[in-house]
Design a protein around this ligand. Structure first.
Ligand code: A3P
Length: 289
């Protein structure tokens, strides 16, 4: 574990993806007001929403979705996750044409100040903590860059403390909740996008000011379905791309959580998040009980 993870400002990150030099350089990154940012904790569905956003950007530029835009590291000019990459990445990003798409798992206080100063529009994606933890557990054992876990119980203990890469999810939600009322931030839940993908795409396009024909709307919805993305995963994410598309549903947590773990998470959620704006959006009683 020690080789795989380092700590920056008290939060663990995977050594193969992030570096202290990268974080230092990121602090002075100059965001543009027309950048398109997706913020979401790991396993909240960030690859899914990235697909929607890159297609919408392509449409806004009169390009055919899928021809140039992709979340694949090899196909885009820079890997879209802001905190992932070498320290020179941000200098290279100054040369990218607008609108630049970027995603991040960081909390707002660890993002470059220019993002908020320049009122960049942010799509904030959140997911119910039980399914998110379930997804993170399976992913930790599938991706070599992350510490793996022999048992679900071990993972759960770490998830409920501050040991996860990118920090504690409850803290993540509380920090972003401070920004949830800003007009340049749109919050969406994994569960609402799953329930009505067509509406989700429409609302996201409206928020970013991208007009869509009926045909374009349908194309984005179809290309971002779980089945379509899973099928295309080798092309978009390389030979192990399928690990990003496991089940893509809700309430898989029921297969893992013990009664005691349910109680612990219900209590933590109730005490820390339930009363907040983001907490209410998560519909905990519907998806986690
Ligand atoms: P599961 O492990 O529960 O299946 P991230 O992209 O942030 O790593 O999140 C991964 C989670 O989003 C995985 O959840 C994955 O299956 C799910 N996902 C990815 N694409 C999806 C899609 N198009 N529709 C629904 N869920 C999707």
């Amino acid at each position: 574990r020690d080789d795989l993870v380092f700590s920056y400002k008290g939060i663990p990150y995977p050594t193969t993806l992030c570096s202290p030099e990268g974080f230092k350089a990121l602090e002075s990154f100059e965001a543009r007001s027309d950048d398109v940012i997706l913020a979401g904790y790991p396993k909240s569905g960030t690859n899914w929403l990235s697909q929607i956003l890159t297609d919408l950007i392509a449409i806004s530029q009169k390009k055919t979705p899928g021809e140039e835009s992709s979340v694949n590291a090899e196909k885009v000019d820079e890997f879209p996750y802001l905190e992932v990459g070498d320290a020179e990445k941000y200098e290279r990003m100054t040369k990218l044409p607008s609108p630049r798409f970027m995603a991040t798992h960081l909390r707002p206080e660890n993002l470059p100040k220019s993002i908020f100063k320049n009122k960049v529009k942010i799509l904030l994606l959140i997911r119910n903590p039980k399914d998110l933890a379930t997804s993170f557990y399976h992913f930790s054992n599938a991706l070599a860059a992350l510490p793996s876990y022999e048992t679900w119980d071990d993972f759960f203990t770490d998830f409920m403390t501050k040991k996860m890469c990118w920090g504690c999810y409850f803290e993540y939600l509380s920090e972003w909740n401070k920004y949830a009322d800003q007009e340049n931030i749109m919050t969406i839940t994994f569960e609402e996008a799953k329930e009505n993908p067509a509406l989700a795409v429409k609302n996201i396009a409206t928020f970013f000011g991208i007009p869509l024909t009926e045909e374009e709307h349908q194309l984005v919805v179809q290309r971002s379905s779980f089945q379509a993305m899973k099928k295309n995963s080798e092309k978009t994410h390389g030979s192990f791309g399928n690990i990003f598309f496991r089940k893509g549903g809700v309430t898989d947590w029921k297969n893992l959580f013990s009664e005691d773990q349910n109680k612990k998470m219900d209590k933590a959620f109730e005490e820390r998040i339930a009363g907040t704006k983001l907490g209410k959006k998560l519909k905990y009683d519907v998806y986690c009980k």
